[in-house]
Design a protein around this ligand. Structure first.
Ligand code: ADP
Ligand code: ZN
Ligand code: MG
Length: 478
């Protein structure tokens, strides 16, 4: 039988607010255990929550970026369950009236456009964190009441790859908006994947399983892949899929049953009587709309048209706002979009990756990279010298100097003097009589060999244009 998977993602994004959602405790990561707590976020009796306006602004901004309808009437609801990391015995969330409904996200999968529906976005507070130490367990409430957005997708994805790309695209939007740092290792971005399978062509969805605890992009795809295989095996053995929550174990690359899926009624949702309904005015929403930046997908399309770049390049260059900015600055200096894109994708990203640095801390700045590309284009610098300067910059040499200064101060001046170059060419021709013979009898490919020899002799400092011109003439015997 031919099966097809159906996948929907629920993503939790921790918001980059300074303080928590209902109290003024800091949200900063890395503080001592239970340092960032107060009566509100530890659920002491009588403590009252007060909504953080920044959370609402971020939720509206995210909703607008994902083409959602922003709901003017909002209710906070209590979601009741018992767990040691949840001191109140309930989590404040949104249920029937979330802030955003009915949006979409468009992105590329293997170069093809795909659009996934966004069902809803709601605001909620995070729980604390338990750590287990053999005989005993500890509870750290620093994370308790840190603001989250839960972004729920429609079950529109069919392959692990599509789910991975959706998550990447969503992360990129959140980073562009500056609402979340997107750090999956630290748990600022978390993903639950809902997976079911059905026979291809069937209309009804199969029973879904929810995968929790997926904390990297690589694992999202692997976990879904594994789960699809597991479900197909069960169905082929004539068994039924049980609706449940399963945990992904990255070490063993498998999923294990955790609990049977709870239904909404298990949570006994009801409106939180401590929080007033939240009403949003048009002015409020329009004010936030003005803060919308150009988003990754729009920027990608603009880069492709404005600079005539392949969409592949444009997509990589627009992954982050900083990288896109870097490219636009460099292109102003180089006037060569494709050349600049090539240098960024092959050289710059390699260096940043090796040094585990962000674009903002790049050891080679955009002006420097743009200048190198331009000087090569203008025949004023060989690719080899440019590469050398780039590597030196990457290694922390010459920081903040312009390429012009570097060239001057290090005697990397181009030799354009025809006399000097002719002398070298004569020497090379004399030393390689055999190759000259072959070249003259039609082996054109050897031209590159001569250029290489001359450049080597000149330590890469010969002007490529002059060397080429003179060599052609001399080899012809002119
Ligand atoms: P629940 O009430 O169990 O939380 P929802 O309808 O809210 O279920 O859906 C939760 C997530 O599961 C959404 O991202 C949705 O797209 C996805 N989903 C729903 N049904 C299926 C299915 N049959 N297969 C895969 N994913 C599904
Ligand atoms: Zn607090
Ligand atoms: Mg749900």
């Amino acid at each position: 039988m031919d099966f097809e998977a159906v996948i929907g993602l629920e993503v939790h994004a921790q918001l980059l607010t300074k303080s928590k959602i209902f109290c003024s405790c800091p949200t900063a990561f890395g503080h001592g255990d239970n340092e960032n707590v107060c009566p509100v976020c530890t659920g002491l009796p009588g403590a009252l929550p007060v909504l953080n306006k920044q959370v609402v602004d971020f939720a509206i901004l995210t909703g607008l970026a994902l083409n959602c309808k922003i709901q003017k009437h909002n209710i906070f609801a209590r979601k009741n369950y018992f767990y040691p990391d949840l001191p109140k015995g309930y989590q404040i969330s949104q249920y029937e009236e979330p802030i955003c409904l009915g949006g979409k996200l468009t992105f590329l999968v293997d170069g093809n456009e795909m659009t996934v529906g966004v069902t809803r976005i709601h605001m909620e507070e995070d729980a604390g964190k338990n750590t287990h130490h053999g005989e005993f367990s500890l509870v750290n409430l620093n994370r308790s009441s840190v603001p989250l957005l839960e972004i729920v997708s429609e079950p529109d994805m069919r392959t692990p790859k599509q789910a991975g790309e959706y998550l990447r695209a969503l992360r990129s939007v959140l980073l562009y908006l500056g609402v979340c740092d997107g750090n999956m290792d630290e748990g600022s971005l978390r993903c639950d994947a809902n997976v079911s399978v059905r026979t291809r062509g069937a209309e009804k969805f199969g029973t879904k399983v929810e995968l929790k605890n997926i904390n990297s992009f690589r694992f999202v795809e692997k976990a879904i892949e594994y789960e699809i295989g597991r479900q197909i095996d069960l169905i082929e053995q004539g068994q039924k899929i049980v609706q449940e929550t399963r945990l992904y174990d990255p070490d063993k690359n498998r999923t294990v049953g955790m609990r049977s899926k709870e239904e909404a009624h298990d949570y006994r949702y009801f409106p939180d009587p401590d929080l007033l309904p939240l009403r949003l005015s048009d002015e409020w929403i329009d004010g936030v709309r003005k803060q919308l930046p150009e988003l990754p997908y729009e920027k990608m399309n603009r880069f492709a048209t404005q600079f005539g770049l392949p969409r592949y390049d444009a997509q990589i260059l627009t992954q982050s706002r900083d990288l896109a900015q870097y490219f636009e600055t460099a292109v102003k200096r180089s006037n060569n979009p494709k050349g600049t894109s090539n240098w960024i994708m092959s050289e710059l990203l390699r260096v940043l990756n090796d040094q585990k640095k962000e674009v903002a801390d790049s050891p080679v700045n955009a002006d420097q990279l743009g200048d190198l590309v331009r000087l090569i284009d203008q025949g004023q610098m060989s690719g080899k010298i440019a590469k050398g300067i780039f590597e030196d910059l990457a290694a922390g040499k010459f920081s903040n100097k312009t390429v012009e200064q570097i060239v001057k101060e290090n005697g990397l001046v181009q030799v354009t003097d025809t006399k000097a170059i002719e002398a070298v060419i004569d020497k090379i021709i004399a030393a390689n009589a055999g190759q000259v013979e072959q070249y003259r009898s039609g082996k054109d490919k050897l031209f590159g060999f001569f250029v290489g020899q001359v450049m080597k002799e000149m330590k890469g400092q010969g002007s490529p244009t002059v060397v080429n011109d003179l060599l052609k003439k001399k080899l012809k015997g002119e």
